[in-house]
Design a protein around this ligand. Structure first.
Ligand code: TXA
Ligand code: MG
Length: 358
């Protein structure tokens, strides 16, 4: 059930957490599905509700630095510097876990991911519950993350006791995840980004003095961020992602694909087969062009942000992907906004949502 984020409702949600229940709440990135991070039984309910594989650890959300010490230890100095600059905010630190954190949260590992969210409702909820809260994105495993309360309810119906409504989320993409866990042991001198997000490598470099690399899928044969190996953010129909970033090439590639679909359409019509319906996910600047092309196969055009302001594409991406479904299209052709700055996080999500990149 969706509830307004009144003080009274936030207090009720906190009570549910304290009693070992699960609530969905807004953060500045995406909505989270939270449970008391120190209560293994409560955390288990999150995995069950989401259908999340048990080897994919959760992020622990905290409201103050005292809670940080409850869940993590041996934290490098440079991590504190970054926390000072970016917390509360969309930056998650992978640190050594204390014994207080149940293994189910960390998927049996010795590290824990921690972040202090910026959304006032998230902070108020954490403060009222007086416990660290483990929360993955509040979507069914594999689906696009929720950026509104309605998305959460779309995925879970009434199975979650309470969904706190905090409107549309600001960033629309999950937090940046960085790994500090082996630093004090001399395992590495430089941090790596395990998942890109609104806090970009360039922003981190102001404190670090170098631009951190983004970890590849597997480093040394070991999965660094287990979440990366799973299919993610997928719309309910196959999505073909256009790899070109040049505006002209992007439009050309989409036209080429559409020509192909058009030919197939005629063949299918002759043989009495149902035609394939195509959806286009594109930036504001190209929408008029695609509708002017009048391809009969194109059944839906969803405008997602602007090429000039890539952060708007990031903000709207998941909601846009949710607009396509088996009822309206068979395929999606998706544009991109490049790979620079926030574009890196957007490309990461798009490419993992896609079934094919051309
Ligand atoms: O913005 C966000 O981070 C949102 C909001 C709700 O805070 N949460 C979120 O959680 O995106 P989730 O569970 O959807 O993604 C957590 C990511 C996964 O890729 C997971 O593998 C990684 O963080 N992660 C969690 N604990 C980790 C650990 N100890 N070591 C490495 N990666 C970890
Ligand atoms: Mg997620």
């Amino acid at each position: 059930m969706i509830h307004k984020s009144t003080l009274e409702n936030i207090r009720r949600a906190a009570q549910i957490l304290v009693k070992g229940g699960v609530v969905a709440f807004p953060t500045e990135t995406v909505y989270g599905l939270g449970a008391n991070a120190l209560d293994a039984g409560a955390v288990k309910k999150i995995f069950e509700a989401k259908g999340r594989p048990s080897d994919n650890p959760l992020i622990v959300h905290i409201a103050d630095m005292k809670e940080l010490k409850m869940v993590a230890y041996d934290i490098p100095e440079v991590a504190f510097k970054l926390m000072k600059k970016f917390w509360p905010g969309p930056l998650t630190f992978v640190l050594k876990k204390t014994r207080a954190v149940p293994e189910i949260v960390t998927a049996g590992g010795q590290t824990v991911a921690v972040r202090m969210p910026k959304h006032p409702v998230a902070l108020a909820l954490l403060k009222a519950a007086k416990c660290p809260v483990a929360a993955p994105s509040a979507n069914l495993a594999g689906k696009p993350s929720p950026t509104t309360a309605a998305h959460v309810s779309e995925d879970f119906g009434d199975t979650i006791e309470m969904i706190l409504d905090g409107g549309k989320t600001k960033h629309g993409l999950e937090s940046t995840v960085i790994d500090f866990s082996g630093m004090n042991d001399g395992n590495h001198q430089r941090v790596e980004i395990l998942r890109s997000g609104a806090i970009t490598g360039d922003m981190l470099s102001e404190i670090l003095g170098y631009k951190p690399k983004t970890a590849t899928h597997r480093a040394g044969g070991k999965v660094r961020s287990p979440g990366l190996k799973y299919k993610h953010y997928a719309p309910s129909v196959p999505m073909i992602l256009i790899g070109a970033t040049d505006k002209k090439k992007m439009v050309e590639l989409i036209q080429k694909k559409l020509n192909g679909f058009d030919k197939k359409l005629r063949i299918r019509q002759k043989s009495g087969e149902a035609p394939e319906r195509v959806g286009i996910l594109c930036v504001k600047e190209h929408a008029a062009l695609y509708s002017a092309l009048k391809y009969p196969a194109v059944k839906k055009i969803v405008v997602c942000g602007s090429l000039k302001k890539p952060q708007t594409f990031g903000r709207e991406l998941y909601a846009s992907l949710r607009k396509f479904n088996k009822k309206n299209v068979d395929f999606i052709l998706a544009e991109n906004v490049g790979n620079q700055g926030i574009g890196q996080a957007i490309w990461d999500r798009l490419s993992r949502a896609a079934t094919e990149i051309i």
